[in-house]
Structures are given as structure tokens and as C-alpha cells.
Design a protein around this ligand. Structure first.
Ligand code: AMP
Length: 113
């Protein structure tokens, strides 16, 4: 998708600190980290929001979550981590390409703000 910043990271048209990639998923450090470790895990395929996922994207999104698990293990997040999908304006989604926030290295409160 031409105007999608995350698609441009997938295409390596703009720089990002990539920490993981495979045929389906790419993960990179968030530019504005909210925790000592803050990674965005995204499908290479452009999907704007959770509600625009197709049923056949179920395996793809499973790969996103499993990639997050592997990254968390690699970064030594032994005491836990937070996984967040901001979806739509009420949730504060800024980038319309589905992304999983993986955050760790500190304690998180609940409920989220
Ligand atoms: P969200 O509010 O869930 O849509 O989160 C979008 C996230 O993308 C924010 O945490 C931004 O800091 C992050 N972000 C935006 N542009 C970039 C970029 N070029 N590289 C890395 N992270 C980015």
C-alpha cells in the first residue's frame, strides 16, 4: 500500500531497526518507545485494522503472535510482557496497518489507560 508507512518499512523504503523477519512477519523497534523494550510486530500483508482481517488471515495473525513470543524470549523478557493491538480511533490507532505492540522491561498497570 503506497501511503502506508509500515508497508514502506516492509519494502525497506524507509529505515527501521528490524529485530525479526520471515516470509510473513516483520518486527522493528517503535520510534517512540513506551517501555525499555518496545517492538512492533506486523504482517507483511497490508491489513488496515482487525475488522478488515479475512478469515483466511487467522494463520497469519497466529504467526504475528508467535513471532512476538520468540522476540520476547530473545530479549530475555522472563518476567512477562504486554501485547497490545490498538484498533480504531477510540483505541488510539495511529497507523492503519495492523500491528502488535510488544512491550517489556518494566511493570505495567491494569486496566490500561
Ligand atoms: P498505534 O497508535 O497503535 O497505531 O501505534 C503506532 C506506533 O507506531 C506508535 O507507537 C509510533 O511510535 C510507531 N511508529 C510510527 N512510525 C514509525 C516508524 N517509522 N518506525 C517505528 N515506529 C513507528
Amino acid at each position: 500500500m503506497e501511503n502506508c508507512i509500515f508497508c514502506r518499512i516492509v519494502e525497506k523504503e524507509i529505515p527501521a531497526t528490524i529485530v525479526y523477519e520471515d516470509d510473513f512477519v516483520i518486527a522493528f523497534r517503535d520510534l517512540n518507545p513506551q517501555a525499555p523494550e518496545h517492538i512492533l510486530v506486523i504482517p507483511r500483508k497490508h491489513v488496515p485494522r482487525i475488522e478488515t482481517l479475512d478469515p483466511e488471515d487467522a494463520l497469519l495473525m497466529g504467526k504475528v503472535i508467535v513471532a512476538a513470543k520468540r522476540i520476547a524470549e530473545g530479549l530475555g523478557m522472563k518476567h512477562g510482557y504486554r501485547l497490545v493491538f490498538n484498533n480504531g480511533p477510540d483505541a488510539g490507532q495511529e497507523v492503519e496497518h495492523v500491528h502488535l505492540h510488544l512491550m517489556g522491561g518494566r511493570k505495567f498497570s491494569w486496566p490500561a489507560g
